[in-house]
Design a binder for this molecule. Sequence first.
Ligand code: PAF
Length: 288
Amino acid sequence: MRIIESLEEMREAAAELAAGRRSSGLVPTMGALHEGHLSLMRRSAGENGVTVVSIFVNPAQFSPEEDYDSYPRTWEEDLAAAKSAGVDIVFHPGAEQMYPPRSQTSVMVHGLTRGLCGMSRGQGHFRGVTTVVAKLFNLVRPTRAYFGQKDAQQAVVIQRMVLDLNFPVEIIVCPIVREDDGLAMSSRNRNLPPQYRPRALALRRALELGRKLIREGETDPYLLANAMGQRILMDSEIELDYLEIVSPETLEAVEKLDDLALIAGAVKIGGVRLIDNILVGPDGPWED
Ligand code: PAF
């Protein structure tokens, strides 16, 4: 497995791949790799000649109050995990290379970033994500890029950016990978104080309650969101950031559960922000 730390070397490697007409898969990450990331890497390794994983904790997507400094960094473990998942190249640029002094350009997807995490973290979060992902696409020139459904809004926003800016890359969104008890895998789970770990399931349980109520025939998003929100707020130590029922394509609130909908939420537990979501409609799916 090759480790590339300079933009120049990454550009050259990408040019060689293109010249050899070899397909490449990019898995953009911020490191602290877990099974969710590894599932994307394995899928890419099965579908492409070469798999590139970027590991870059992107300062531009954190607001000053957020956890950039405490975001987990586990470089040695990440390298071993990437190698075991069949990765060919780890691209690990420095922040000063990705954002040289006097940078003035960013990429912004407007409407889709207004709600959900855009509302609670600010649209600047997604501006940081789309800017860095656009840069990665330009540097790596992947045939395909892999993202997890856990960050459902991010996946929709990136698909929009790819369409709007004509990036020649296919976006593949892969299912959420969960711990045995159902907690969605996330790099931030590592920062959960152990006494809060059991509580981290609150959002998952609320989403399951929503699915159960829909299965029993409830179609009113307001009643559903209310029942799910109350379930979360039963625990006074959990902060509910948002819980919304939206169209999986437009991310706008749905008026009635008569088609597939995305139920997405974010909570803060023990100082750690966790997100999760399910896709569900009047005819299911009833499992994920
Ligand atoms: O999902 C993430 O880990 C990040 O938002 C991404 C896509 C790697 C961009 O920094």
